[in-house]
Design a protein around this ligand. Structure first.
Ligand SMILES: Nc1ncnc2c1ncn2[C@@H]1O[C@H](COP(=O)(O)OP(=O)(O)O)[C@@H](O)[C@H]1O
Ligand SMILES: [Mg+2]
Length: 459
């Protein structure tokens, strides 16, 4: 893209004409750098345009501050690639402006073809450091400590999905910021997945709390209705909270909004997109794009693997994928469908099944891999099905018993969400129980018989 195009597209103040007022204000504040050296925080529920605001911010910094050097990071490769992809799609960066740095061991196959041209791996990290926009995961940012760039090289360090990074992980990129005039920006949602910490000792010492979460619980970041009533109750110099959801159909927003966000989420998505599957023939109730499909399958483990899978659910997921991909009047492109399941083994099994029906391009992954992503249709397979271990509910639900994981899983879909799972097990978890009740009262439950406590809701 040449300079002229760029300038023309900048006739307005913003590259992206869609930005709402809060998003614009956030970009302006970050650009002005008034809060330095205090980190600027951009937070809000899923689909409220945090990443979209990050992309605009990067472009603005790049073009208005010619001496800027931006380091953009996220904890996962998926979230990191997404920023690179969205910047690419903006069509506003000249060749050589941005680089995506990968760990040397990252497999090429898993990288989107549109992201590949921007990629350099660890062996090329010295060359990569010449770019003005560097995009990498938090941990891979560590490679820059081995190059000859000055500490303090970057004028801006922006962390997307900062709520998912452990504090030490966040500090890897932040350690490279200019102490003199650097601006750190933390973007994320403390109600979505936090850092995955396996060590009990680390847990005891609080490593499962992200820097974003710890900072935002400090006085200066707190909600203050009296002082900041005009700006959504937060100090606008330091923090912007986004609440307009541009991703999902209202039927998919209602429950997470109630469970996690004080009913603050506003439905603002493009109607033509989120209503596109309302007449799909498999919907139990036309006009309501949710299905809860109850299955009393069996959970299984293989060999010495600790990970669970559930063959009956896997087959049902495959059936739904086939129906969606081959739907006569409104087929969903395979690249716009996602299958989420908390267990790695189930991911493998479903991938295998989908390959056998020529649907290998449907993304299948764990909840962690889906954070930050959105798809037209999402199918969730919850796997756990062992009904008679109720003495120890936590044990029989394992991974599922986590409100943050639940929140991420059910907020990825724009136009259709299908949940496949065993109601007799899921009813023991407060979040899934709420989803079951919501599905029953809205008459979108299909499948097996229900546990007695829910039977009364089933008309
Ligand atoms: N102001 C806006 N107007 C219209 N669509 C928007 C706006 N902000 C975000 N979106 C759209 O909403 C969806 C979710 O945005 P995203 O940046 O991924 O949200 P988040 O990072 O907060 O989860 C994207 O499809 C994005 O294009
Ligand atoms: Mg995001």
């Amino acid at each position: 893209v040449g300079e002229t195009v760029t300038l023309k597209q900048r006739d307005g103040e913003f590259f992206n004409p869609m930005l709402n007022e809060q998003q614009k204000l956030a970009v302006k504040r970050i650009l002005s750098g008034e809060c330095r050296p205090t980190p600027y925080v951009l937070f809000g529920p899923p689909g409220t345009g945090k990443t979209l605001t990050v992309v605009e911010t990067i472009l603005q910094i790049h073009y208005t501050l010619p001496d800027s050097r931006i380091l953009v990071c996220a904890p996962s490769n998926a979230a990191t690639d997404l920023i690179c992809l969205r910047l690419h799609q903006s069509n506003l960066l000249k060749q050589g402006a941005m680089v995506r740095v990968n760990a040397s061991f990252r497999s090429e196959e898993l990288i989107d073809d549109r992201v590949k041209p921007y990629c350099k791996d660890g062996d090329d990290v010295r060359k990569a450091s010449w770019f003005r926009i560097i995009i990498t995961t938090c941990s891979s940012a560590g490679m820059f400590y081995q190059t000859e760039i000055r500490l303090g090289h970057f004028t801006h360090v922006i962390l997307d999905e900062a709520g998912q990074a452990s504090e030490p992980e966040s500090l890897i990129p932040i350690g490279l910021i200019s102490e003199a005039n650097g601006q750190v920006v933390l973007v994320g949602d403390p109600k979505q997945l936090g850092p995955v910490i396996k060590s009990k000792i680390a847990l005891t010492f609080g490593l499962n709390m992200s820097l974003l979460e710890r900072l935002t619980s400090r006085e200066i970041y707190l909600r203050d209705e009296d002082a900041f009533s005009a700006c959504g109750a937060y100090n606008p110099l330091l923090i912007t909270k986004l609440v307009k959801n541009y991703r999902s159909h209202s039927a998919l927003i209602a429950l997470p909004s109630k469970l996690f966000y004080h009913k603050e989420l506003e439905v603002c998505a493009d109607t033509s997109v989120v209503t596109s599957l309302l007449h799909w023939k498999k919907l139990p109730r036309k006009g309501f794009p949710l299905i809860f499909h109850g299955i009393r399958g069996s959970e299984t483990r293989e060999g010495r693997s600790p990970s669970w899978f559930n063959p009956t659910e896997a087959v049902q997921v495959m059936r739904y994928c086939c129906h969606l991909a081959k739907n006569e009047n409104a087929a969903v492109p395979v690249t716009d469908m996602g299958v989420i399941t908390p267990y790695r083994k189930q991911v493998e099994k479903i991938r295998f099944l989908l390959r056998s029906v020529d649907l290998a391009d449907i993304k299948v992954g764990t909840v962690e891999e889906f954070q930050g992503q959105e798809y037209m249709a999402i199918i969730l397979s919850t796997v756990r099905s062992h009904e008679d271990m109720f003495g120890d509910d936590k044990h029989c639900l394992g991974f599922l018993c986590n409100p943050k994981r639940f929140n991420v899983a059910i907020t990825r879909a724009k136009a259709l969400l299908i949940v496949v799972g065993n109601p007799h097990v899921l009813v023991k978890d407060p979040c899934f129980c709420a989803l079951l009740e919501y599905s029953l009262t809205n008459r979108v439950y299909v499948g097996c018989d229900l546990p007695s406590e829910l039977e009364c809701l089933h008309k």
